[in-house]
Design a protein around this ligand. Sequence first.
Ligand code: GLN
Length: 308
Amino acid sequence: MDSPIENYLRRIHAEIAGMKDGHPYSAIPAMANVDPDHFGIALATADGYVYEVGDTREEFSIQSISKPFTYGLALSDLGMDAVDEKVDVEPSGDSFNEISLAEGTGRPANAMINAGALTATSLVKGSGGRSRFKRILDTYSAFAGRSLDVSERIYASELKSGHRNTALAYLLRSFGIIESDPKPIIEDYFRQCSVLVNARDLALMAATLANGGRHPLSGDEVLDLFSVERVLSVMTTCGMYDDAGSWISNVGMPAKSGVAGGILAVLPGQVGLAVYSPPLDEHGNSVRGVAVSQRLSSDLGLHFVRAA
Ligand code: GLN
């Protein structure tokens, strides 16, 4: 028998499935043909209960939801000061692929937009016989609690069409923010965006952040507490790009979206929420994902500055 929470989620799912606004991302050709009706909601508590409704086992590419996790890995490898020298923590108020680099220094505004994310990827180094990308993939897998893989098809498509990201990486190299050959960094960034996840994975990744960096089911410590705090802080101000202000007012949770239609939100100490639905609004955020998050936040009192 379904739990009351699942029954509640089913009702929200049925209501919000009727929203037909937005369009799936088309700038990456391999992603253009998704089914716009795919729609899944997953909620994972910080102590490991997972509630799922709809297409929660449908796989899609993680895209920009990768950014906080790579940033976290860079922070735990290098410490905050070294990372801060390369990437700032200011909301840019710009869209995800904006060329938001500080005048003079070239330092990207934050690690949630592409310029800062490319920089964070460059800061992760291979070690102990594992390549940079293997370490990134292992980190995402530990957050999800299962082995994740790359979609080679999406990776190839990003590599072929990602001219702006390629240009950004070379620009960052010219400023000395990226310190080595940009080509392998660009490739690893596109690989990290092409990692396949489902809504259940994202909910558990969010719940791991909610649980201070410890996976609620595996019990593994995936990220240290300081890095988790920093990641959640930057997600709060920058995770939803130029919609961050309205998101934090209406939903009130650190969050991150990706152009494949995933959204992940975290209520520290409590829950991780994930929604998958491909049609995007003008900010590149999932339309149904935003609607579900607002609804759950208000019905369940998930806003972190809730008055009562
Ligand atoms: N791979 C996409 C890009 O770098 C990710 C963008 C996103 O999800 N917002 O442009």
